[in-house]
Design a protein around this ligand. Structure first.
Ligand SMILES: [Ca+2]
Length: 552
């Protein structure tokens, strides 16, 4: 596809090669969870308490047209870390769950691994959501991260316990039939169930310690901080609970804001801020089925789970005080551009990689530069080869070839295209919206004869993109309840309740990780099961493969 050909180059007024070349920058990626386009005070929400993030955004290059690659967690995160679309690396359909057997392919090259190979210290503090594996073989330490502290998946994928001090309950439904949420330190579960009230504080403390150690060593570093906020069920300790007029989602956002401030203050304290590139964004739009607790897409249409703007267009800004002048850019950019952009700025070669991202650094130096990204394919939550990307945008216009609602926008949503009751619908001609004049996608222009050539261009680009795409086998749906991470043992009884362990008694020593052999690994795992169960699972998996391989 087009984007794979232009890594490291730009077509703007000024490119990276003509800018002054400082020492390799430190990199901090702050990724909020389910934070919508309209959730920050600076992006228009009147009752959000986000003073730190707002100030940081004002000092940064703010991208008004920043797209994630998927309207849900795992595939979006896979693209951030690999610079590749989720269909290329197999992180689809939907997300990994606690019982998923697989994870991000070990053959994938992450930005952490690239940076580590050039002497960077690396750490992830927060939500991973790219797999665990029966023996921890898909945890972050196998993808270039020196240190890991955090949860392996969303905290609603476990029983709801305590979300706020006192009698205030956890809101929303959680997965009460699964094991309790585990907290990992590297490859070891150190707490299960995790204490959410102290979690953010501990993640911040670990991140600050990592920054301090890096400052002492003088080595460059990459800190990836994927927050659990503001995903449901929201949680917040006493310091933040009840402190926002927005209720629970506002309180969790307020703690997120505090955490961002702590990281920035640590950088400032160690005189690292001037040579640190800080990238803030979100992994997908708001979960509207949670109503007032589900976040806000602002003026954008629909939310999480859909390919409308509210699902995939999220806030993003890049802060680097000595290199980037404050201001906003309307250039078309994507989270999948993170890897090639920071690789370019850090002097790393990506010549051996097949990437879908492009180096968008020209937009960092000049907000009026023409974006190196010409088109962005918008894939649905559960993509299939015959349907391909549901929509395509060139920044100014967006064409929807398919639309499909999501259960993450329930029937109370007044917009008929948002809820799950809106079944998969093919549009011929595609729905067409002018995003510059109509970012809310209200007024379809497809019947305008003057737009027919534009629609032909979108159709041609999409078809070329689909012809050039290599789909990996989908990896999220192969599951085994006994694959859930358990601090005691997956063979304990009664499972999964027996996996709860006291915080004073961390888990047994971690198992050595095995190399990812993909389907061979599945075979090895199933060999320990009964013959009947093995056959059942093989049959389910074969059906899944047959369905997809007929298109690949
Ligand atoms: Ca998310």
């Amino acid at each position: 596809m087009q984007e794979a050909q232009v890594t490291g180059t730009g077509e703007g007024r000024q490119d990276a090669s003509s800018a002054p070349q400082p020492p390799p920058p430190n990199l901090v990626l702050l990724l909020a969870d389910d934070l919508g386009y309209g959730d920050l005070r600076i992006s228009g929400h009147p009752t959000s308490r986000t003073p730190v993030i707002d100030k940081l955004a004002r000092e940064s290059r703010f991208f008004t047209q920043h797209y994630v690659t998927s309207p849900v967690c795992s595939p979006s995160r896979a693209s951030v870390l690999t610079g590749r679309l989720q269909v290329r690396n197999g992180v689809y359909p939907g997300t990994f769950v606690p019982s998923s057997i697989l994870g991000l392919p070990r053959s994938e090259t992450t930005i952490a691994a690239l940076l580590k190979s050039k002497g960077y210290r690396t750490m992830i503090a927060g939500k991973w959501h790219l797999g665990v594996g029966r023996e921890g073989e898909y945890l972050p330490t196998h993808y270039g991260f020196d240190h890991y502290l955090g949860l392996p998946y969303s905290h609603d994928m476990c029983p709801c316990l305590t979300c706020f001090p006192g009698p205030l309950p956890c809101h929303d439904t959680c997965w009460d039939h699964q094991v309790s949420c585990p907290l990992y330190s590297n490859n070891t579960i150190i707490e299960q169930p995790v204490d959410l009230l102290s979690l953010t504080h501990r993640l911040v403390k670990a991140a600050i310690t990592f920054i301090a150690d890096a400052a002492t060593s003088g080595e460059p570093f990459f800190l990836y901080f994927p927050f659990l906020h503001i995903h449901h069920p929201q949680f917040a300790p006493e310091k933040f609970a009840g402190q926002s007029a927005r209720g629970t989602v506002g309180d969790s956002l307020y703690e997120l804001d505090w955490a961002v401030g702590q990281v920035v203050e640590a950088l400032r304290h160690h005189n690292l801020l001037s040579n640190t590139l800080l990238w803030f964004s979100s992994d997908n739009g708001p979960s509207l089925s949670r109503h007032e607790r589900g976040g806000c897409a602002g003026l954008l249409r629909c939310g999480k789970g859909t390919t409308m703007e509210g699902g995939v267009r999220v806030p993003a800004f890049v802060h680097w005080p000595t290199r980037i002048s404050p201001g906003s850019s309307d250039g078309l950019v994507s989270a999948v551009d993170f890897l090639p952009t920071v690789a370019s700025l850090s002097g790393l070669s990506t010549s051996g990689l097949t990437l879908d991202g492009v180096d968008i650094s020209p937009l960092l130096w000049d907000p009026l530069a023409v974006s190196p990204r010409r088109y962005m394919p918008i894939y649905p939550e559960s993509p299939t080869p015959p349907e391909g990307p549901f929509a395509v945008t060139n920044g100014t216009y967006k064409a929807h070839f398919y639309t499909k609602g999501s259960d993450l926008s329930d029937s109370s949503n007044f917009d008929p295209l948002c809820p799950g009751s809106h079944r998969l619908t093919k549009h011929d001609p595609p729905l067409l919206f002018n995003l510059h004049r109509d970012p809310g996608e209200r007024y379809d222009l497809s019947a305008d004869p003057e737009k027919s050539e534009l629609l032909r261009d979108f159709t041609a680009w999409r078809e070329e993109h689909m012809r050039g795409m290599t789909w990996d086998i989908p990896r999220t749906q192969l599951q085994d309840p006994l694959a859930q991470p358990c601090c005691t043992s997956p063979s304990c009884t009664p499972f999964p309740k027996c996996c709860d362990c006291p915080t004073s008694s961390p888990s047994a020593a971690p198992q050595p990780a095995k190399p990812d052999t993909s389907l061979n690994a599945i075979t090895a795992h199933t060999s320990s099961l009964s013959c009947i169960e093995r056959e059942k699972r093989k049959e389910r998996h074969d059906k899944w493969l047959i369905f997809f391989t007929q298109f690949i």
